[in-house]
Design a protein around this ligand. Sequence first.
Ligand SMILES: O=C[C@H](O)COP(=O)(O)O
Length: 282
Amino acid sequence: MRKPLVAGNWKMNNPTESPRTLLQNILHSAHMLDSILSSSENALPIDIALFPPSVYLREAQEVLSGSRLQWGTQNVSAYDEGPYTGEISASMIKGFGCHYVLIGHSERRCLYEKLELDQYVLDQIVAEKYAQAINNDLTPIICIGETEDDYESGKTEEVIARLLDILIAHKGPKALANVVLAYEPVWAIGSGKSATPEWAQSVHSFMRQRIAKHDQASSESVRIIYGGSVKAHNAAAIFCQADVDGGLIGGASLDAEEFIQICFGATQSYTCQPGYVNVPPW
Ligand SMILES: O=C[C@H](O)COP(=O)(O)O
């Protein structure tokens, strides 16, 4: 059984309260969630991770150290060290107690697209960042998803297969066993138009099968999370799908209460049936 992960990506948003207060509020809500779940036999243990902007990593380390919450950065350099202005290396990130790094988020791919790099080249850069993360004992959360044009022209699997094949060529299929893949259809991000649970399941299943062609064990243990307009009201229905192992949450991770309701949805994914509606017991 794969342990679900709910990851909150703050992006470059300013929380309503201070970053430290939001971290404290999420931690407090997570403690409440744990105490409610400790009396529930069917609740599934989950991982929770937060991705504030890098300038708040010190706060994250101070507030979250010693708790069950983990944290990470929204990007990592493809290089070890050197004259790369504005970049942050994997070893520097590790120095802030980070467990995870996000790699290849579509909002970063957009920046590169302005430089007219094609997606194949971007996937190669993603693979170099992936290698940096692994070499520095960080768990990468590697994002991939199709644009609306790709979706409408039936290219979703092509887009996803291209990245998976590059990752496998880079580090071999077995290395994927311990990474997290995030399926994020670009058209669903920040749009309020989430993928249906069935669509998410079909894409996640395709990803797992693609990896299984190379290594069955990795395909069974790799966690594949979904991102794109996940909110408290739709989280559990998406997380109930067999190949969905949690979520990458953007906007809703800036509200401690909603974020923890989404986490509650993930704890129910043992028992919920399709059509399940998330009703936290508080
Ligand atoms: O990293 C998070 C994803 O891009 C999803 O963002 P969203 O929940 O605001 O749609």
